[in-house]
Design a protein around this ligand. Structure first.
Ligand code: GCW
Length: 690
């Protein structure tokens, strides 16, 4: 905790040094007031007696500076309850007697309040402000890294990583210089993320040892992140008692296995008293799990949870369990059903410190999927929602694809219909009323898109996804365009000359709808997976069609789409509560953008939009490419408009937009040609289809 206060001091000193405006005094009870130093060792900025305009204070400070006390009292009065707690990680920001005041009950809150000031910039110090209270929607705002210690022969250093190597490991060893990790902690704290998992959920032999003899590497990473309030978690292999402990079994009900997990976990907490917990991918895509011993996933998760419980740690257990060796000829098996079929019967059987981590869609991070029915099916289980910040299926950080609009739709979706709770409520553990029972939330988790690249994310504009993930985890109601504004201000001001409003307009034009643009030139109407197998970049309509992966579109000469209805299909629609079970079941009521996810329809089927399926495919693919060309024009146009972005950054974006346009044309031509050849239906506008 003291460490976080130090961080706040350092950050304020840094800002003061940069702008030369404020003064700083480290208060003995924690926090900073504006009166210049006097205390030996205090790194005060400013001249004795100079008026100050900023106070950051912990409410526990004694004495609390008078102005902070006034803000605290006023806040309590306004709440009408006399309760003046800012709450865990929360803060109150106010401007009182021309002084900007941030108060928080804990150092983390002070840190987040400070970053709020940074977002406000000069606006924090002008005019009058109404007191604002900010608290995170959920205490769990986590980024999972899919970083490998050893370079994996197929997946490389970072699985599905599109931003260079790992910031932690290089060629099988922890990097000597971890300063980038420290900077990463600062970046994450600035957007509200408070935990990371350091290694890939696919735990290979080298990574498994992070739990035991290579624990020191995890501790070193944690040491860099701790000053920014970032907790560290570890992905562990379910078979660790066998592979690391030499036991004959990893059966979760075996006594020796239990003891092994307890002892291993105790050692982890000796090295890392603030360790967050374990993340487990079990019985999934070849990872070991409890099925091998005839046990359930509740048995599996609980043995780890029991080991972590004495230390306050949690297990995040992934619900991404399906048969990846299915026979494509078997039309009754539906991968979309798998997670619910496996996990819903286990509701209520998990220990309190187990969080079930559910991908937001039922299949696998496609550009468009419905919300996973698991999120609504487990009222007595803590559920975390997993988003993919790394752009595996959304352009691999070569295409601009601002994902906040998608996430915002997911988080705002109400599985029980209007008036019911939203996905964000489930993740936060908000119940519909104070009297209703419900599990505590599991939080929001993102798969990180960060790597050793100089811009962190490969595509410089992909940074906005990292930022938006943190901001939405903190506050799911934020508008994607408003988040983008924050990111633009924070990111571009220091590296741009010229009219900032022109830059802002151009970036909004390029990014606001980029997810829908990406959707329009790739797989249509929610059908998904028309990508090159393996690396998943670029189009390959039938690439997965006759494979064991369970990701089919069933296009033939008459129609396309997956029949997931109860009436004639796999019955997946029945996994949703009403009204969605009815809406998705009905070909007339199903939203257009998900039609082919739920229904197999003829090419001439008329959408709710009035267009036919086949004409929609042609139109959206032509239009999508046009929008990418327009985005490229907007970026180039900045130079003519006198907006000078740092040259290397400008060039990087420019080159990537070239690639995006090339790739979008390839998508357009392949998808259009494929469906033209299958259906024989010509484009109503007579455009060229190769
Ligand atoms: O989307 C798929 C990816 C795998 C990944 C898996 C998962 C880490 O293609 O690379 O493995 O999901 O989420 O476990």
């Amino acid at each position: 905790d003291g460490l976080l206060v130090e961080t706040v001091h350092d950050e304020v000193a840094r800002a003061c040094a940069r702008y030369g405006g404020s003064v700083l005094h480290r208060a003995p009870g924690g926090g900073c007031t504006g009166r210049p130093g006097g205390r030996p060792g205090a790194r005060a900025v400013g001249r004795e007696g100079e008026p100050y305009d900023l106070v950051l204070a912990l409410t526990t400070a004694d004495p609390l500076p008078a102005v902070a006390e006034a803000v605290r009292a006023g806040f309590g009065r306004n709440r009408g309850t006399g309760d003046h707690a800012a709450g865990a990680e929360g803060y109150v920001i106010d401007r009182h007697d021309d002084i900007t005041v941030v108060i928080a009950d804990d150092p983390a809150g002070l840190l987040y309040g400070l970053f709020h000031l940074v977002r406000l910039g000069g606006r924090a110090f002008g005019g009058t402000r109404r007191a604002e209270h900010h608290r995170p929607a959920t205490p769990r705002r986590i980024l999972d890294h899919w970083d490998n210690v050893d370079v994996h022969p197929v997946m490389g250093q970072v699985e599905r990583g599109y931003a260079g190597g790992s910031i932690f490991w290089l060629d099988g060893a922890l990097r000597d210089d971890l300063s980038r990790v420290r900077a990463y902690g600062r970046l994450l704290a600035a957007c509200g993320v408070n935990a990371i998992t350091v290694n890939n959920v696919n735990v290979h032999a080298g990574e498994a040892r992070l739990l035991t003899d290579r624990l020191g590497e995890v501790a070193a990473i944690a040491g860099e992140l701790r000053p920014y309030g970032i907790q560290v978690h570890l992905s562990v292999g379910f078979a660790s008692p066998v592979t690391l402990g030499g036991l004959p079994t990893a059966d979760p009900l075996d006594d020796d296995v239990r003891k092994w997990w307890a002892a291993a976990t105790e050692r982890v907490y000796e090295a890392l008293p603030d360790f967050g917990g374990y993340l487990v991918k079990a019985d999934s895509e070849g990872q070991p799990g409890p099925f091998a011993y005839g046990r359930t996933h509740a048995d599996g998760a609980n043995v780890l949870a029991e080991a972590l419980a004495p230390f306050g740690g949690i297990v995040r257990w992934r619900a991404f369990v399906y048969n990846h060796r299915q026979d494509w000829r078997d039309r009754s098996t539906d991968r979309a059903r798998a997670a619910c079929d496996h996990f819903a019967p286990l509701d209520g059987l998990f220990r309190d410190n187990v969080i079930l981590q559910v991908k937001h869609g039922p299949i696998d991070f496609q550009t468009r999927e419905p919300v996973s029915p698991v999120i609504a099916a487990m009222p007595s289980t803590r559920v975390a929602v997993e988003l993919q910040v790394t752009q595996e299926y959304t352009g691999q950080q070569r295409h601009v694809c601002y994902l906040a609009p998608m996430w915002s739709e997911v988080l705002g979706f109400r599985p029980w219909g209007p008036g019911g709770r939203a996905v964000a409520d489930v993740a936060a553990g908000n119940t519909a009323s104070d009297t209703e029972d419900g599990a505590a939330g599991g939080g929001l988790v993102g798969v990180s898109n960060v790597g050793a690249d100089r811009y962190w994310t490969g595509h410089p504009l992909a940074q906005a996804n990292l930022y938006a993930f943190g901001r939405l985890a903190w506050s799911p109601d934020l508008e994607p365009a408003a988040i983008l504004d924050e990111w633009i201000d924070l990111t571009f001001a220091p590296v741009t000359d010229g009219d900032p409003e022109r830059l802002r307009d151009a970036l909004h034009a390029i990014m606001d709808d980029s997810w829908r643009t990406y959707e329009s030139y790739t797989a249509p109407l929610g059908v998904g997976f028309m990508v090159r197998p393996g690396h998943h970049y670029g189009p390959d309509v039938d690439g997965y069609e006759y494979t064991p992966w369970g990701t089919y579109h069933f296009a033939d000469r008459d129609g396309v789409g997956v029949d997931r209805t109860r009436a004639t299909g796999t019955g997946f629609t029945g996994q949703y509560p009403r009204p969605w079970s009815e809406v998705y079941e009905s070909v007339e009521r199903c939203p257009d953008e998900l039609l082919l996810f739920f229904h197999h329809v003829p090419y001439g089927h008329v959408l709710r939009s009035g267009s036919t399926v086949i004409q929609h495919i042609y139109d959206s693919h032509f239009a999508g490419v046009e929008r990418v060309a327009e985005a490229r024009r907007r970026w180039d146009g900045l130079i003519g408009a006198g907006v000078v972005v740092a040259p290397a950054l400008h060039t990087r974006v420019r080159e990537l937009l070239d690639e995006q346009l090339r790739s979008a044309e390839e998508w357009r031509d392949q998808i259009n040609a494929y469906f033209f050849r299958k259906s024989g239906v010509p484009d109503a506008h007579g455009r060229r289809i190769p």
